[in-house]
Structures are given as C-alpha cells and as structure tokens.
Design a binder for this molecule. Structure first.
Ligand code: HEC
Length: 144
C-alpha cells in the first residue's frame, strides 16, 4: 500500500473512531499536571524565545508521525484532543511522557487516565524519541 493511501486509511479510521466517541463529554480536561506517573527522560524543556528551527522540525514530525490523523491545533477535537493551549495546561515532562509512552501513561497517570475515559480511544504509541518529543513540544508551543 502506498504511504498516501495508508495515511488516508488512517485518517478515515480516525474519523470513524471520532464519531463513535461523540457521546463523550465535550470540553477539555483542564486538570493541571505536575509530575507524570511515567518518566520520559526528555532533554530539558525549550524556554524563552521559540527555537524556530526546532519548531519546524517538530512540525514535520507532527505530520510524518501521523499525529495529524487524530489531533488538530485550534481546529477542534478529532479522535484526540485539540492541542491548542496544551503547553499551558500540561507540564513539559508530562507531555513528553504522553508522546513517548501513551500506553503506560493511560494506565498509570491520573490525568491521562481521565483523558482516555473522556476520549474512549487510546492514543497510538508511535515510537517517538526524546529528541523528537522535544521538537514536537516546541512546535506546539509556537502554535499556542
Ligand atoms: C490514534 C489517534 C492518535 C494519534 C495518532 C496520536 N494521538 Fe495524541 N491523543 C489521542 C487521544 C485519544 C488522546 C487522549 C488520551 C487517550 O485517550 O489515550 C491523546 C492525547 C494526547 C496529548 C495530551 C493532550 C491533552 O489535552 O493533555 C498529547 C500532547 C498528544 N496526544 C500528542 C500527540 C502527538 C505529538 C502525536 C504524534 C506523535 C499523537 N498525539 C498521536 C489520540 C492520538
């Protein structure tokens, strides 16, 4: 199967999954996070001015890893939450853990568990490395 068709299929699946979870409560889970239940060991959070080069790398990864199949940034909820404002409502360590180990997070972390209860679809584990998670974080921070 070509990668374009594969992505189309993924998007179609995401839409179907999204529809089936429409009964779920609307609204973001706004609980603040501090220490995630799962360690990510990501490099330190980018701070201060946006690192445009890192953010551009993250933007590419957000597409190529397939995050776009389930998430928008400011265009509403799909299978997963709209990621606009996510860098304000979540800590960096929590976010990198969620990107790298969603399976463990939805089992062990109270906020991730609550998200799973709300969205009713587990986030896919996409083999995101610590460096990739940091770049995607910077992309999300730039888009807030
Ligand atoms: C199959 C759909 C799917 C894919 C693909 C996916 N996610 Fe998710 N994501 C979810 C769902 C659903 C949740 C809510 C938690 C749960 O139900 O597991 C979530 C939660 C999150 C959260 C926490 C959001 C919040 O409001 O706190 C972040 C951050 C996130 N995803 C980032 C990513 C990134 C980055 C990628 C790509 C590497 C990605 N996701 C790929 C479905 C997906």
């Amino acid at each position: 199967m070509s990668s374009t068709r594969h992505l189309t299929l993924l998007v179609a699946l995401a839409v179907v999954a999204g529809c089936s979870s429409e009964q779920a409560e609307e609204g973001q889970t706004s609980q603040e996070t501090s220490q995630p239940a799962v360690e990510s060991n990501a490099p330190p959070a980018p701070a201060g001015e946006i690192d445009q080069e890192l953010a551009a790398l993250g933007e590419g990864l957000f597409q190529s890893k397939g995050c776009v199949a389930c998430h928008t940034i400011g265009k509403g909820r799909l299978t997963g939450p709209d990621l606009q404002g996510v860098t304000d409502r979540r800590e960096y360590g929590w976010m990198t853990a969620m990107m790298m180990n969603p399976d463990s997070m939805v089992k062990a972390d109270p906020v991730a568990k609550q998200l799973l209860a709300e969205y009713m679809t587990p986030m896919l584990s996409l083999a995101v490395t610590a460096e990739e998670a940091r770049a995607i974080y910077e992309h999300l921070r730039r888009e807030q």
